[in-house]
Design a protein around this ligand. Structure first.
Ligand code: C5P
Length: 322
């Protein structure tokens, strides 16, 4: 407020949304496609608010960024299991000193953040986000790319043939049942993540490619819900938060760009597409509003960095003492 202008308020709630979005969020709060079982103390509204440092410790201690390996059931008995990386991602990559997480938000447009983003040791991008033609605003380095199964499966994204995906380490995820039981998930993925994974690996056998263990998405979901005063959507967190926490376990310091919107805040959904929808920034299916509250509470940078650069600063887990 005042000279600084608005930055994200960490108590954003669905009743602050416009009528249309509020309705969509409420519908998702009521729907339970993945069989989420609520646990822990009820009456969340009465619990004291956990501090930023304590939230960071909760994430460090209760959320594990695990990936699939060939020894896990049911994969161990499948012929293609040998296509999975033999070791978990965490033991193959990093630690990186500094990392950038580049949300795909429309507010990256005209940001001029490209050089700053590229100055990091590792850069994470999401889904179909391009760099070519947008270097000035988003940089050109791609160390990792986090993909959802929808992008891997949809015809428009040409996942198997486009050169967009051929740089860096790929990491894929798919919304799984809340139980995170691998056999249940294998028979009931949202999109054909495993068929596409096998095809891609045959075409690009040398490019590192991990699949996130679904336990990760639901452990993170639980951290969000346990720290919010109202029920959140019973759907997994967005790629943006999954990627941010993934990088917190690979890096000493993580800068996240335009996840909390800067002064450039816009309804433009992605910096690379002419499509407008406030739901991209505020969430509909994903509990994105609450993810942003959590990130705002954990931010170690100043509000001015959010306002001018859309930049949040988070510590890597190896650097914090709990
Ligand atoms: O849309 P997509 O999932 O590919 O974007 C990557 C991530 O960037 C999202 O999961 C979300 O966390 C974040 N994002 C955002 N605001 C937008 C667009 C994307 O916070 N307008």
């Amino acid at each position: 407020q005042g000279a600084l202008g608005n930055v994200w308020d960490d108590e954003m709630s669905s009743n602050m949304l416009g009528k249309r979005l509020r309705k969509v969020v409420q519908n998702y709060q009521a729907m339970n496609k993945y069989g989420v079982e609520l646990s822990g103390p009820g009456g969340v509204a009465t619990r004291p608010k956990v501090s930023g440092p304590d939230l960071l410790c909760q994430l460090k201690e209760k959320v594990e960024v695990a990936t699939l390996t060939p020894n896990l059931k049911p994969f161990h008995s499948l012929p293609w299991a040998s296509q999975l990386p033999p070791q978990p991602m965490i033991s193959d990559l990093g630690p990186y000193k500094s990392c950038a997480v580049v949300s795909s938000a429309g507010s990256l447009r005209y940001s001029g953040l490209g050089k700053e983003i590229d100055s990091h040791d590792a850069v994470l991008r999401f889904n179909a986000a391009p760099t070519v033609g947008y270097e000035k605003d988003v940089g050109s380095k791609t160390t990792l790319r986090l993909l959802n199964s929808q992008v891997m499966a949809s015809d428009d994204h040409r996942f198997l043939s486009s050169s967009l995906y051929s740089t860096g380490v790929l990491v894929a995820w798919d919304p799984a049942p809340f139980s995170a039981d691998l056999s249940q998930w294998y028979n009931k993925t949202d999109y054909p993540i495993f068929a596409q994974y096998q095809r891609y690996r045959r075409l690009h056998p040398l490019q590192p490619f991990y699949i996130l263990h679904p336990r990760f998405e639901w452990q993170l979901w639980q951290r969000i819900q346990d720290n919010m005063a109202e029920p959140i959507q019973k759907n997994p967190p967005s790629s943006g938060l999954l990627g941010t926490v993934m990088m917190m376990s690979l890096c000493e310091v993580v800068h996240v760009y335009e996840f909390l919107p800067s002064r450039r805040k816009t309804e433009l959904c992605h910096y690379y597409q002419r499509f407008y929808d406030a739901a991209c920034t505020l969430g509909a299916y994903h509990p994105l509003l609450y993810e942003k509250n959590l990130v705002k509470r954990m931010n170690q940078g100043v509000d001015q960095d959010i306002y001018t650069h859309g930049r949040v600063t988070l510590p890597g887990f190896i650097t914090i003492n709990c």
